[in-house]
Design a binder for this molecule. Sequence first.
Ligand SMILES: *Cc1c(COP(=O)(O)O)cnc(C)c1O
Length: 377
Amino acid sequence: MVTQRITDFLATRRPEGPCLVVDLDVVEENFRAFRRALPDSAIFYAVKANPAPEILKLLASLGSNFDCASVAEIEMALDAGVTPARISYGNTIKKERDVARAHDLGVSLFAVDCVEEVEKIARSAPGARVFCRVLTNGEGAEWPLSRKFGCVPAMAVDVLVTANRLGLKATGVSFHVGSQQTDTNAWDSAIADAKFVFDALAEKGIVLTLVNMGGGFPTRYLKDVPASSAYGQAIFQSLTKHFGNRLPETIIEPGRGMVGDAGVIKTEVVLVSKKSATDENRWVFLDIGKFGGLAETMDEAIRYPIVTPRDGDAMEPCVLAGPTCDSADVMYEKTPYPLPVSLTVGDELLIEGTGAYTTTYASVAFNGFEPLKAYVI
Ligand SMILES: *Cc1c(COP(=O)(O)O)cnc(C)c1O
């Protein structure tokens, strides 16, 4: 969303080179919308989506908690002024010395998805609370998280039983339905899986209390997406359907949905050319590409809206590519991107919906290009 504040900032500051501008007012609105959509769920912002200190400070002041993927992210959340009680170490793949470091910093809530990880936590963060992540199929997600994380529900039962046996507190179940999840019903089968694990543990005398429903809430790119209120309704219905009137504590971990539409990348056209006199598609090269922050164009998964100074002129499909000497640095080719025919070298474009998963995906000095600059206003 190109807000007036972003337009004014770019007009007055005229930053050189490609950059991301994030409008904190939009982040605040998103936070409040999540809170309204699921008033009984605690919000744990997924720091990896955009760890800019200004964003973390704002969210901390609004009452957010933080889902961290590493010790460095835990330290960023602590620097933003939250207590370790408001932080979870949500990565299921952790070095044992990082578990120990998190424990030393006071973090006491950890994600696991196998007995091997439970053993590390029992040794290096004795007494901690753990939740077990279950697999989901990722259907309906434009950026699915595949089989890398989670285990089947039957194994989650063993994992949590082992956790209790080793002196940890088996606390609950987590899942992630896949990022940019456009189906508001995608949470239903995972909530059913959580209930299965709750019941199986109850039979063994272990009472689970927490369902961590992960992220997945979308940002609007080219297509409209349902509002967070629609997700809230569908999720609440699923919770009552499966848990009846004994609802567990719940957590959501929005990343993309919290910051995606708060950011806009300013970029410049470096070259417009064709490969032959009869080439159907022009190639448009920007000063940003897959290595400069637009990594989520991989497999053309995420299609960003682009605003040009020549919108309204006749359009034609273009291949859109980045500036590096790497042939992988092509963003849209299988499905070319319609851009104005009049587009020319030096034109400044605005790429919308780039507040999440951009700055931290930018390479350091690949081909001598600086990592993506960010201004949080
Ligand atoms: C990345 C991640 C999130 C955030 O996902 P979004 O789709 O950006 O909302 C939440 N939880 C965990 C465990 C993650 O790894």
